[in-house]
Ligand binder design. Structure first.
Ligand code: FAD
Length: 307
C-alpha cells in the first residue's frame, strides 16, 4: 500500500524542526529512521498531513559522555549504538537490549530516540529507558525541558512530549561499580517484537543490593516497573531464595489487560505477537527471573563475589 498524501518538510536543525512542529499543528509527525512511521503510513494506520524529516540534521547524531551520563542524540541509529564500545562500557543494558530490536537492516535505519518517542508497549528501548531512570530532553520553540522516563510513557504510543516538541536526546546514567544488568525476552521469532521482555539493573554495595530496577515490556499498555519485585530485592543479600521470592512478585500490582489488547498496540507487525495477557505475564515472570540471575552473575564478575 501507499501512504495517504502528505507534505514533506526537511528540517535543517533541531530548532527548525521544533518551529515546523509548532507551525504545522498537532497532526504533523517527525520522521527519524522511519521504521515505524513509514510502515504505519503505508498501512494507513497513520495519515499525518505533514512529515518533518530530521534525517539530515547531523548535530542530532551523536553519542557522548557527559560526566555520569551517556547522552544519545535523536538521529543516532540503533546500529551505531549496538556497535559503540562507549555504550557497551557505560550503559551495558542498552547495548544488550538494542540487539533484540528487529533485524540489522531495521536497526541500521531506526533510531534509539525514535523508538523511545514511538513508545510502543512491546518495544525494548522504552523499557530500558524506564529501568535506568533515563532523562528525555524535548525541545519546543521556547527551549528545552527534561522529562524523567517515569513521567514520559503515559499510554499506548502516548508520551508526555507536547505535539509541538521534538525529542532531541536521551540521557542515560552511566553504570557504576557493583552494577549488574541483563535484558531477556521471548519472541515468536528472532527479530519479532517480544511477547514480553525484562530489563534488570542492580547495584550492590558491601554485598547488599542497593538499587534494583526491573522493567517489563509486553504486559501493559506501556513499559512498566515491577516495583513489588524491586522492593523485595533492595536492602537484601543475594540468595537463591531471594530470586524465587522476587520472581514471584514480578507482575504484582500490574493491572490485568484484556487478551490480545497488548498485541493490538503493535505496529506494524501486530499479527506476529498475539498472545493472551496470562501467557504474557508467565513469559514476563520467567524472563525477569532469568534477567535477575544474569544481572547478579555480572555484578559478581565485575566486583568479585559480593555475597
Ligand atoms: C519488521 C519490523 C520489526 C520491528 N521489530 C521491532 C522490535 O522487535 N522491537 C522494537 O522495539 N522495534 C521494532 N521495530 C520498530 C523499530 O525499532 C523502529 O525503528 C523504532 O520503533 C522507531 O524508530 P525510528 O527512528 O525508525 O522512528 P520513526 O519510524 O521515524 O518514528 C516513529 C514515531 O516516533 C516519532 N518520532 C521519532 N523520532 C522523534 C523525535 N526525535 N521527536 C519526536 N517524535 C519522534 C515519529 O513521529 C513517529 O510517530 C520493528 C520495525 C519493523 C519494520
Amino acid at each position: 500500500m501507499k501512504p495517504a498524501p502528505f507534505a514533506y518538510h526537511r528540517a535543517t536543525s533541531a530548532e527548525h524542526a521544533a518551529a515546523l512542529l509548532d507551525g504545522l499543528g498537532p497532526e504533523a509527525r517527525v520522521l527519524a529512521g522511519g521504521q515505524s512511521l513509514v510502515p504505519s503510513m503505508n498501512l494507513r494506520l497513520m495519515t499525518p498531513p505533514h512529515v518533518i524529516d530530521i534525517g539530515g540534521v547531523g548535530t542530532l547524531a551523536f553519542i557522548r559522555r557527559e560526566g555520569a551520563r551517556l547522552v544519545i542524540g535523536a538521529m543516532t541509529r540503533q546500529s551505531t549504538v549496538e556497535e559503540s564500545p562507549l555504550v557497551s562500557e557505560a550503559v551495558p543494558l542498552l547495548a544488550e537490549a538494542v540487539r533484540h530490536v528487529a533485524h540489522p537492516p531495521i536497526r541500521h535505519r531506526g533510531t534509539v530516540v525514535g523508538s523511545i518517542a514511538h513508545a510502543s508497549a512491546v518495544a525494548e528501548l522504552p523499557a530500558v529507558a524506564l529501568a535506568l531512570d533515563a532523562d528525555i530532553v524535548v525541545q519546543g520553540v521556547a527551549g528545552c525541558r527534561t522529562v524523567a522516563a517515569s513521567e514520559f510513557f503515559i499510554g499506548p504510543f502516548a508520551t508526555s512530549r507536547g505535539a509541538d516538541e521534538l525529542v532531541v536526546e536521551v540521557r542515560f546514567p552511566v553504570a557504576g561499580p557493583g552494577h549488574g544488568w541483563a535484558w531477556r525476552e521471548l519472541s515468536p521469532r528472532n527479530g519479532n517484537f517480544p511477547f514480553a521482555g525484562a530489563g534488570v539493573a542492580l547495584a550492590f554495595a558491601d554485598g547488599v543490593i542497593e538499587r534494583a530496577a526491573v522493567a517489563l515490556c509486553g504486559i501493559s499498555d506501556r513499559p512498566v516497573r515491577a516495583t513489588a519485585a524491586e522492593q523485595a530485592l533492595v536492602g537484601e543479600r543475594w540468595t537463591p531464595d531471594l530470586l524465587t521470592d522476587a520472581a514471584a512478585l514480578v507482575v504484582e500490582g500490574i493491572a490485568p489487560r484484556p487478551d490480545n489488547d497488548v498485541a493490538a498496540h503493535i505496529v506494524p507487525v501486530r499479527a506476529n505477537s498475539v498472545a493472551s495477557w496470562s501467557y504474557r505475564t508467565k513469559v514476563a515472570r520467567t524472563q525477569a527471573r532469568l534477567a535477575m540471575a544474569a544481572a547478579v552473575d555480572r555484578a559478581f564478575r565485575t566486583e568479585g563475589d559480593p555475597r
